[in-house]
Ligand binder design. Structure first.
Ligand code: ADP
Ligand code: MG
Length: 238
């Protein structure tokens, strides 16, 4: 069964439809990259899955529950943003454990989950530091740590690397992929970067103007693009 199933999903802002009836099934454990030019609706689609944006019509199922009317906290998802907005006055450990504390999880379990995430992300030496004393890559890892500790069914990433310099971006791509191979958490990863899509995805979903143009394995899209838009975007000769 698909972990995430989206049916005829639409979004209208002020009378203007920006997501035009999207259908998408994401199998358990798959790393899906949503790619497309700026303004095509990637963030809107992701935010509707997260519950941060209401849907105009259609259906979103996560696991065995239709989540259309559930708040983000009840959707079994964790989202990592481009501006990861760490709490400046909390340590790395407190940043990572904050959502769990709010959910009244016992202290020992929070410590255990934060410790495990820190171990996975190489953050153990930094647990007592404050965000200002971290590098960009370390901050990004803390943001991922906040998602990991919640042990969600689905990770949602919205252009998480776009604020990092080119060298760090390449490194973090590899780290996020390695993390996925280790945790096998179903992931929807939004980017406008073709190279990120090609190197990270199990399956790429290409969007344009609020539609899905093509979805498939990276090499399938590269070898058999359905049109010149996909060919141009993925970089294969049309
Ligand atoms: P992407 O993430 O692919 O760059 P977005 O999902 O942010 O695209 O935006 C898709 C379309 O919806 C764009 O035309 C954008 O201007 C519009 N849009 C996004 N958010 C809002 C909003 N809160 N109010 C009105 N229009 C919006
Ligand atoms: Mg966006």
């Amino acid at each position: 069964m698909a972990d995430v199933a989206i049916r005829d999903l639409r979004k209208t802002y002020g009378g203007l439809e920006v997501i035009h009836g999207v259908d998408l099934d994401i199998p358990d454990g798959q790393f899906v990259v949503l790619v497309g030019p700026s303004g095509c609706g990637k963030s809107t689609l992701l935010r509707m899955i997260a519950g941060l944006e209401g849907i105009t019509s259609g259906q979103i199922r996560i696991g065995d529950r239709v989540v259309n009317n559930l708040p983000p906290s009840e959707r079994d998802i964790a989202m990592v943003f481009q501006n990861y907005a760490l709490y400046p006055h909390k340590t790395v450990a407190a940043n990572m454990g904050f959502a769990l504390k709010m959910a009244r999880m016992p202290k020992e379990e929070i410590a255990q989950r934060v410790g495990r995430a820190a171990d996975i992300l190489g953050l153990v030496p930094y647990l007592n530091r404050y965000p200002r004393a971290l590098s960009g890559g370390q901050r990004q890892r803390v943001a991922m740590g906040r998602a990991i500790v919640r042990d969600p069914k689905v990770f949602l990433f919205d252009e998480p690397l776009s604020n990092l310099d080119a060298k760090l971006r390449v490194q973090m791509r590899t780290e996020i992929r390695a993390l996925h191979l280790r945790l096998k958490t179903t992931t929807v990863y939004v980017t406008h970067d073709q190279i990120e899509a090609m190197t990270m995805a199990d399956r790429i979903v290409v969007m344009r103007d609020g539609h899905i143009v093509q979805a498939g394995a990276p090499l399938d899209l590269y070898d058999r693009p359905v049109n010149t838009f996909v060919a141009g975007f993925i970089g294969s000769p049309a």
